[in-house]
Design a protein around this ligand. Structure first.
Ligand code: 8GT
Ligand code: MN
Ligand code: MN
Length: 424
């Protein structure tokens, strides 16, 4: 029994109820629980303060009367009756299980439960053909993809992806991992890759041409040479008998700026482990690890959108929500592509459609030129955009959109102190 056990118990209990509400599509209730959890994490656990009495939470914005009483009950009795009831209900159990499958939302999950399905194998059989197509793919890899990915393995993925980009797609492409990995989490749920090219710009004729090329590069069966580059080995000569398998194994969704799928690092299969020509990446111990299929998210943005995309894709979710709220208070709008000054009537400026596809202002013409002071988009994790950032704004037709060349610019514009990714 350590002093933080009560905090952990409260968070775990609230989280399990939140998950049920989410699987039922009760978004308001879900948010209420999530906000309470965030408050406990930030105000107590994160500051090393143990919760011993509900009194400590009184008056906090995210803790309403009902939430207060739940936490009070947990502290007094060690458990929450509501949680026991809610999470033992078979319908709720099935809803929670089904919505954990990619592509199954609350509505689809309800239909599946109503049809009598209760287990993942019921879904795999799907005699009534009710499964959304993406879920069919996701089910193949579901159990594997629930396994958390260690920090170091993600670094190997990044190195692998960069090697493929460099040698097979375009050497100037820039890839970084965002999400929980960039926040330095020990393990992550998936691999969030953000991609850009220094010569790309949202106003160019085909700002999205790169993602398809990258994805097809990663789908190509990889010669073992790509794997050996990870092992810092000089023997980059592929064995003539070495089997080759693609990095990307299956896809959930493929758009022009967003890709979702499953990937696996190349690894020497057991049968060839005695072969001298195969180098064991990571020195053998990580070997079985590398055999696990992982969830891969890729986002492509043009270089002018890179700083805001980096910020957005790094999260955390709550950090993003708070930053956007702060931006609105300051008279700005911040999204995954850019930051802009709100016009006087409070409406967001034109120039970017809701889908995030930049529209070219008629008076901007077709010429895009480097900004007056060519800036380097440095990310604190390194690997920033090392080239010209094409003028995103001022010279164009939309004077309200602000040019930013790094995440730091966004913090500065909003008058916020710089926050390292791992503190977000
Ligand atoms: P993880 O370790 O569970 O993967 O945690 P994560 O890396 O923080 O979550 P994520 O779901 O992979 O999303 C990474 C970031 O992308 C989030 O912090 C969020 O800002 C952003 N994001 C998207 N799309 C979505 C989405 O559909 N849902 C959520 N929750 N976040 C999204 O790009
Ligand atoms: Mn992630
Ligand atoms: Mn993700």
């Amino acid at each position: 029994m350590t002093k933080m056990d009560a905090n952990r118990n409260i968070v775990a209990t609230l989280q399990s109820i939140a998950d049920v509400y989410r699987s039922q599509g009760q978004i308001h209730k879900f948010h209420a629980y999530r906000n309470a959890i965030e408050t406990i994490r930030h105000e107590f656990t994160g500051k090393g303060i143990a919760i011993v009495s509900a009194e400590q939470l009184k008056g906090m914005k995210a803790i309403g009367k009902a939430m207060y009483e739940k936490i009070d009950e947990m502290l007094r009795t060690g458990a929450l009756r509501q949680q026991a009831v809610v999470s033992s209900d078979p319908t709720n159990v099935a809803l929670k299980l089904f919505t954990s499958v990619h592509g199954v939302g609350p509505v689809a999950a309800r239909k599946l439960v109503d049809a009598g399905y209760r287990t993942l194998d019921d879904l795999r059989t799907d005699t009534m053909n009710l499964l959304p197509p993406a879920a069919r793919v996701a089910l193949q890899y579901h159990e594997e993809s629930e396994i958390r990915i260690p920090y170091d393995e993600i670094e190997d993925h990044l190195e692998f992806i960069r090697a493929v980009l460099r040698t097979q797609v375009d050497a100037r492409l820039i890839a970084n991992v965002c999400g929980s990995h960039r926040r330095r989490a020990d393990t992550s749920g998936d691999i969030d890759v953000l991609l850009t090219h220094p010569a790309s710009h949202s106003t160019s004729d085909s700002p999205y041409e790169y993602l398809a090329a990258v994805v097809s590069g990663l789908k190509r069966p990889q010669p073992d040479a790509a794997a050996t580059s990870l092992a810092s080995s000089r023997s980059a000569v592929p064995s003539p008998t070495a089997p080759s398998s693609p990095y990307i194994l299956a896809s959930l969704a493929e758009g022009s700026s967003k890709y979702m799928g499953y990937c696996r690092l190349p690894y020497p299969p057991p049968s060839s482990s005695s072969s001298a020509s195969v180098t064991e990446p990571g020195g053998g111990e990580g070997l079985p690890q590398r055999a696990i299929t992982r969830r891969l998210d890729i986002r492509w943005v043009t270089a002018d959108f890179y700083p805001c995309a980096l910020l957005y894709f790094t999260g955390s979710d709550t950090f993003n929500v708070n930053m956007r709220l702060h931006a609105l208070k300051m008279g700005y709008t911040l999204n995954e592509y850019r930051i802009a000054k709100l016009s006087r009537d409070g409406s967001p400026p034109s120039g970017v459609t809701p889908a995030g596809i930049a529209s070219v202002s008629p008076d901007r013409g077709t010429v895009s030129r480097p900004s007056a002071s060519p800036a380097r988009m440095a990310s604190p994790e390194g690997g920033g955009v090392g080239g010209y950032v094409v003028g995103a704004t001022a010279a164009g037709g939309d004077e309200q959109s602000l040019e930013v060349t790094s995440e730091r610019d966004v913090f500065r514009i909003l008058g916020l102190p710089w926050t390292d990714p791992w503190d977000r």
